[in-house]
Design a protein around this ligand. Structure first.
Ligand code: ZN
Length: 340
């Protein structure tokens, strides 16, 4: 049986703003004398982490508030980015796609987006070299901030296109339909940046369908709803649209009632390209290894399913193809051997 912690892994869906270490959050809230400084470590954990299923996705987004306020200076942006990559490296993630929302990240401290990006890059590049992780960065437009912010984020992505590998649309798709953001997506598509969209997380298949029709993304974040519509699953399979499945996140945000009802294994075995991802390791207090272990223990993945999901992640990575090929050759012989 595979020793999950020690095998090389690929992460396609991880938010920088959801990757903060609790110990670092403690240090920052104390240093900055934020209101949470008065809390004990256990109280802070209860406030900043989601360890049990919560009532709604909005409640989880609310827990992000503490993390958001930790991005209080350029130095902290650099440090938090460094630590996020370092944690991935320690978990033997060898290809990491790390996403962040410039608007969300800079909002409380009113940091300039380009300066924050430069600081983030310093942290990422330093950790990449030290920790043997290849990192691709994805800029996120948060639907909740409206189209203006999304357009600004698209322009940011165009400016930084050489340092980014993709673009993402996140946040509540019931209140803010995918189609509304087509003008922002058109701008990044024009410079060749690929697209992933949070869709079908705690919503129905019709939202994923709308997303595919309106934005034609290469990947769908979560896509739990695809499990409830065979025609949609078949379309995803045929069009090679990859699902970034995040089982623990989906259970904790109540996007699925239980692990047993998570559709990941069924979709994977039906030939839908599906990768396993962690979403927010800091928020959920998990690693990507934990997600693979959950897939095996709770979702019934065999080692060969884990290998298949890993090869799917490599195939759907937004990093340059030659770089992915080299990484695959160097680190992922285990997956090729098992998937045969
Ligand atoms: Zn996400």
């Amino acid at each position: 049986m595979l020793d999950i912690p020690s095998i090389a892994k690929v992460e396609l869906h991880r938010h920088l703003e959801g990757s903060l270490r609790l110990a670092t959050v403690r240090e920052i809230v104390d240093q900055l004398q934020l209101p949470e400084a008065a809390l004990s470590l256990a109280q802070l954990a209860a406030r900043a982490q989601v360890l049990e299923p919560m009532e709604s996705l909005d409640a989880v987004l609310g827990a992000f508030d503490v993390f958001q306020r930790c991005f209080a200076s350029l130095e902290l942006v650099e440090r938090l980015a460094f630590e996020a990559v370092q944690d991935a490296g320690r978990d033997h993630v060898r290809l990491l796609e790390l996403r962040f929302s410039p608007d969300f990240m800079t909002r409380t401290a009113n940091l300039a987006w380009d300066e924050a990006m430069a600081a983030l890059l310093r942290g990422v590049r330093r950790a990449e070299a030290e920790c043997d992780v290849a990192v691709g960065l994805i800029a996120i437009a948060s639907r909740g901030y409206g189209l203006q912010s999304a357009l600004q984020t698209a322009d940011f992505a165009v400016r930084w296109r050489r340092e980014l590998v993709g673009f993402d649309l996140a946040d509540n798709e019931v209140r803010y339909a995918s189609a509304e953001f087509a003008p922002a997506v058109a701008r990044v598509r024009a410079v060749g940046l690929p697209l992933t969209v949070h869709s079908g997380e705690s919503t129905g298949p019709e939202h994923v369908l709308d997303t595919l029709d309106a934005l034609a993304p290469q990947r769908i974040g979560h896509g739990v709803a695809v499990g409830r519509d065979a025609d949609l699953a078949e379309r995803m399979r045929r069009e090679r649209v990859t699902i970034e499945a995040c089982p623990t996140s989906n259970v904790r945000t109540c996007a699925v009632p239980s692990f047993a009802e998570h559709p990941a294994r069924r979709l994977l075995r039906a030939g839908v390209p599906l990768a396993l991802c962690s979403d927010d390791p800091g928020l959920f207090a998990i690693t990507l290894s934990d997600e693979l272990a959950v897939a095996r223990r709770e979702l019934g993945f065999t080692d060969s399913d884990l290998a298949r999901a890993t090869l799917n992640a490599l195939a759907a990575s937004f990093l340059p193809a030659a770089q992915v090929k080299a990484l695959q050759k160097r680190h992922f012989g285990w997956a090729e051997a098992l998937a045969r």
